[in-house]
Every structure is written in structure tokens, then in C-alpha cells.
Design a binder for this molecule. Structure first.
Ligand code: CA
Ligand code: ZN
Length: 295
């Protein structure tokens, strides 16, 4: 099963007609455009030529049969195949340093043998998915904005081998993804990663009930709660509190103060991105200190 990139949405919304209906569990390929809808693929391309109405496409939405508000959609990323090149940009008044530059700038970087060739440098490929989510609780949220529904979380941990648990807000969940990166540092300070078209293979499963407040990520090593808020401080506060409650529900035998001390000893606040309309932070708890816990 494959969903092609011409099924592009520019907001997550419960009113969208499904591009595809699946019955979970289901494994499928999803083709994605880059965050510029592949409009900047040649070194001579200029950001001035961009049609800004086609920024941050997500491929979807996928209707998950049986998914109802209050349920949890589990998404496991099996594989990300990137196009052979990516585009990185920075522009005036965008990102953390937009006040220090004039105009807009792009560079094209080829990807070969697991390395990104940026200028005369070789950077190891770090695949990730920038935009991934479901329809929000209310209205339409543009695909450039992250939130409880996921969306533009730009989080390095969203990569091959990771599973995400999303709260379902709309019947069918209406899942979509896009904005894959071949490289990005925490913060995404220049407003762009290495933006790449991609083919993503993933598995969708439905868990009845249990909807988390914000997306929860699980990989081989850790659980992470990914929270987006207007400020980094606000996101840190909420991610930390949600992880405390997550652990409290699963670690019987420890008091709340003992859990907080454990989080202080081995947990980590990590910053995903500081350049989107809401800022995204994750609280990461290593599973080796609670190997039996499950979502
Ligand atoms: Ca992004
Ligand atoms: Zn991106």
C-alpha cells in the first residue's frame, strides 16, 4: 500500500476528506515532498520564486478505521528513504538569527553513502520526520505549527525505529506526515533542516482509549513526551509535569517525590525546535531505569 505525495494537505483538520482509508494494524509507504513542495531543487533557485501557499505539505490524511476521539494512534517508523539531495535555507527575520542577515539564501546538498555534502564538509546523515500528526481537537492547524496533535514538531528522535503515540481527536484520526530532514541540529536555529523529499514506511496501530495529552515517543532506549507551547519555558514545565504523571501511573512502589528525584538524576530536558510558531521541547526518560514500563 502506498500513498503518493500528490495527496498534500497544508493543515491538519477533522473536516478533510480522507486520501486513504486503512484498517489497523496496517503497514504502508508514504511519499512526501520537501517542506518547499520541491520548489527549490536547483542551486540557481531563489526563495523569492516560492509559492508560500505550498509550504510544509503533509501527505494525507489517512483515515484509520475504528479510531475515535479518546483513542491512541500508534505510529511506528520502519524506514525513511531520502531523496539523493536536500535543500537548506535561511532568511531575513526568520529563525533565531534572522536579524543578522539580509535577504534569503539556499544551498543544495547532495546525500551520498550516508553523508551530506554541505559546501566542502561531510556531515553524517541524520534522518528525521519534521511534520507528523493527526487532526486537532478543534478547527484547522496549519502544517507549520506543532501542538497536542503533533504537526511540525521538528524533533530529532522522530526517526527510524521510533514509535509515536498520538491522541485521537477526530473520527478516523486523519493522520499525515511530511517535512523529512537529512540533517538538523536540536533547535533548528536557522529555520530549516536539510529539507528532503522522502519515502517513509510505517505501521499504524490503534489502541482503544488511553489518549495522551501530547504525543509520546518510544524508542529502544527511552520514552519521551513531546510538548509544544508558546515559550520554551512553558513547554519545559508541561513536558516535565506530564512525564512525572506518566511515570507515576506506571512505577508502582515509588512515591511522587522519589519519581521527581529519579527524573532529576537520569531524565533530560531536550529542545526540539525554537523557530516554529510554538516551541517544542521533549522530556526524555531512559527505559533502563524502568525496563518493564509500557505506554
Ligand atoms: Ca519543520
Ligand atoms: Zn523541514
Amino acid at each position: 500500500m502506498k500513498l503518493t505525495a500528490d495527496n498534500a494537505i497544508f493543515n491538519f483538520c477533522g473536516d478533510h476528506a480522507p486520501a486513504l482509508k486503512i484498517t489497523p494494524p496496517a503497514t504502508l509507504d508514504i511519499e512526501t515532498l520537501d517542506c518547499f513542495s520541491n520548489q527549490l531543487r536547483n542551486p540557481e533557485d531563489k526563495m523569492e520564486q516560492l509559492d508560500w501557499d505550498r509550504i510544509n505539505p503533509a501527505t494525507g490524511p489517512i483515515f484509520v478505521t475504528g479510531a475515535e476521539p479518546g483513542d491512541t494512534l500508534k505510529v511506528t517508523i520502519n524506514r525513511i528513504d531520502l531523496n539523493e539531495q536536500g535543500t537548506v535555507c535561511c532568511l531575513e527575520n526568520e529563525g533565531a538569527l534572522g536579524h543578522l542577515i539580509e535577504g534569503s539564501h539556499i544551498r543544495i546538498a547532495p546525500i551520498e553513502n550516508g553523508m551530506v555534502k554541505y559546501l566542502d564538509l561531510q556531515i553524517p546523515v541524520r534522518k528525521m520526520i519534521g511534520v507528523i500528526g493527526v487532526a486537532p481537537a478543534e478547527g484547522a492547524v496549519n502544517t507549520g505549527t506543532p501542538g497536542p496533535h503533533g504537526g511540525n514538531m521538528d524533533t530529532l528522535l522522530i526517526t527510524e525505529g521510533a514509535s509515536l503515540y498520538f491522541p485521537v481527536f477526530a473520527p478516523g484520526a486523519l493522520f499525515g506526515l511530511g517535512d523529512c530532514h537529512g540533517a538538523m541540529g536540536d533547535g533548528e536555529i536557522g529555520v530549516s533542516g536539510l529539507e528532503c523529499p522522502a519515502l517513509v514506511n510505517l505501521t499504524l496501530e490503534l489502541i482503544k482509549g488511553k489518549a495522551p495529552a501530547y504525543p509520546v515517543l518510544e524508542n529502544q532506549d527511552a520514552f519521551a513526551i513531546i510538548v509544544s507551547q508558546p515559550t520554551v519555558d512553558g513547554a519545559i514545565a508541561l513536558a516535565t509535569e506530564l512525564m512525572c504523571r506518566f511515570l507515576e501511573e506506571r512505577l508502582s512502589g515509588y512515591t511522587r517525590p522519589e519519581i521527581i528525584m529519579l527524573m532529576s538524576l537520569v531524565g533530560e530536558v531536550q529542545i526540539s525546535q525554537v523557530v516554529d510558531p510554538e516551541k517544542t521541547v521533549r522530556f526524555v526518560f531512559p527505559k533502563k531505569y524502568a525496563p518493564h514500563i509500557q505506554f
